[in-house]
Design a protein around this ligand. Structure first.
Ligand code: SF4
Length: 487
């Protein structure tokens, strides 16, 4: 029986911003690949790069296991893998080289290898898997094991024959996700993750996916693995996994890493009913869209299921920019959904994107106003990042000559000609964070003054932070003025 060593190429320690948050999540997509291969009778071992210090840490496993196959299978549920960061690509290349040095056949699957497959093949990768990978991977390994020398019949792979790159037919997506085995959680060194979470946050959180794909068409959003179809596990199947994880690993908080949580009509309500019936107690965070949150009693059902935080792709406070992105939502919906979530006590967090094509000072003002008006509980600010396969990328691809990918998730380089300079956006990024923190501090300060008995240490800390941020906000405005663009 062939031995398969499965790994991936994301290292938290190569991405200081993420490492410093102290919120590592096991590579869910990779664990799905492991469990699927195991269910097909293959002997699977796993090397988790997430918390490793170096690519070379895989060597002892290559030496002891002597695997026939080395599979670098990225976690395509995690947005960090979807960012196609060059530090992780370099890591994938090095791991692939180590695999070749140990006589492995190397197979790679992920967003970056799907986009840049020629680079991976040049580096010695034998096969690149495109699209949803579990079935493709298993078919490929079985076929090689059976001695095949022709692989055109296997959908969803790219390889070279006689120096010519061959790409087979697109792999049909999986419709019934309940047929998949649960991720191979048993292969994870859970204590390492748990210790980090407990030490830094006082609770343990794991990730879970209930869907694959997203049918919306925001024109900068790349979906190279699960695409624009949307398939969902049944609420009962998802609850089975949650129940197992709570019992086995004492998890109290989940990140549902779906692009869109509970898009299918009635899904969230059915999920809520099952969670209540089984008496499952946990908090969770999701990603959603404001238009969907406002449908029927979705917010109520989220609240009753234990929702803690909803991350919203707010992107911009300018309707013109939302329309240019083909976002399909309105600024009014952002206001309404945020207010309704707040009323229910559910935290709201905004993804904000600066620098989209055609953005003016007026659009930036509207975004700042929206943030000040709504003061979400958290905020993630980024700049537009053209990824292959998107309409946005096609528009700006001629600009992408020197740099085409971010180095790590804090890179935030503007790689195309936007309205203002890259330096301007770097300063603006800092300024908006400062304005946000300052206004949050002021709000807490006000509630501190009006209701001093109902406060605790963390609210005192938040209130005092406004004193810290005020001078920074002032300095940032000056810096922007210096580069001669007044807000
Ligand atoms: S809704 Fe989210 S996942 Fe879907 S296309 Fe838009 S940004 Fe991408």
């Amino acid at each position: 029986m062939s031995k398969v060593l499965v790994t991936h190429s994301y290292f938290y320690k190569f991405d200081p911003k993420q490492w410093n948050t102290g919120q590592p999540y096991p590579p869910l997509g990779t664990l799905y690949a492991c469990s699927y291969l195991k269910s097909k009778g293959l002997t699977v071992s796993f090397f988790d790069t997430n918390l490793a210090d170096s690519t070379e840490e895989i060597i002892p496993l290559l030496e002891s296991e002597k695997p026939h196959y080395l599979v670098i299978y990225d976690d395509s549920f995690n947005y960090l893998s979807k960012m196609c960061l060059t530090k992780m690509r370099e890591a994938a290349f090095r791991i692939s080289e180590l695999g070749k040095e140990h006589n492995c056949l190397v197979i790679v699957s992920g967003s970056d290898s799907s986009d840049q497959y020629e680079k991976y093949l040049d580096n010695g990768t034998d096969f690149v898997i495109t699209g949803e990978g579990e079935i493709t991977l298993s078919e490929l390994i079985k076929s090689i094991d059976a001695g095949a020398d022709n692989f055109e019949h296997i959908d969803g792979i790219i390889f070279r024959r006689n120096g010519i790159t061959v790409r087979t037919k697109k792999r049909e997506i999986l419709h019934n996700l309940d047929t998949l085995p649960f991720p191979a959680w048993d292969l994870v060194n859970m204590d390492r993750y748990k210790n980090i979470w407990i030490n830094q946050h006082g609770y343990f959180s794991l990730n879970i996916a209930t869907t694959r794909g997203c049918p919306f068409k925001c024109n900068w959003c790349a979906k190279p693995i699960y695409g624009t179809r949307y398939n969902s596990r049944s609420p009962g199947n998802a609850a089975d996994e949650l129940e197992m994880l709570i019992k086995k690993f004492d998890v109290s908080y989940f990140w549902f890493c779906d692009d869109i949580f509970g898009l299918k009509p009635g899904w969230i309500k059915e999920f809520r009913d099952i969670v209540k019936q089984r008496g499952l107690k946990f908090r969770f965070k999701i990603q959603s869209r404001v238009d969907l949150l406002l449908k029927e009693d979705t917010i109520e059902a989220l609240y009753e299921s234990g929702a803690d935080t909803v991350w919203i792709g707010a992107e911009s406070g300018s309707q013109k920019i939302l329309d240019a992105m083909d976002k399909g939502t309105t600024v009014e919906q952002i206001y309404e959904a945020t207010q309704k979530l707040k009323k229910k006590g559910i935290k709201t967090a905004f993804f904000i994107q600066l620098g989209y094509l055609g953005e003016t000072k007026e659009d930036i003002h509207q975004t700042i106003t929206m943030i000040k008006d709504l003061l979400p509980d958290d905020i993630g600010i980024s700049v537009s990042y053209p990824l292959p396969g998107t309409r946005f990328y096609d528009i700006v691809k001629n600009d992408l000559k020197i740099k085409t990918n971010w180095t790590d998730s804090n890179d935030l380089a503007m790689m195309f000609h936007s309205s203002y300079s890259p330096d301007y956006y770097r300063k603006l990024h800092h300024l908006i964070h400062g304005i946000y923190r300052y206004n949050k501090g002021v709000k807490v300060m006000k509630s501190f003054i009006t209701n001093p008995l109902n406060q605790n240490f963390s609210t005192l800390k938040a209130a005092l932070s406004s004193f810290y941020y005020l001078p920074w906000v002032f300095i940032d405005y000056i810096r922007l003025w210096i580069i001669r663009i007044e807000l």
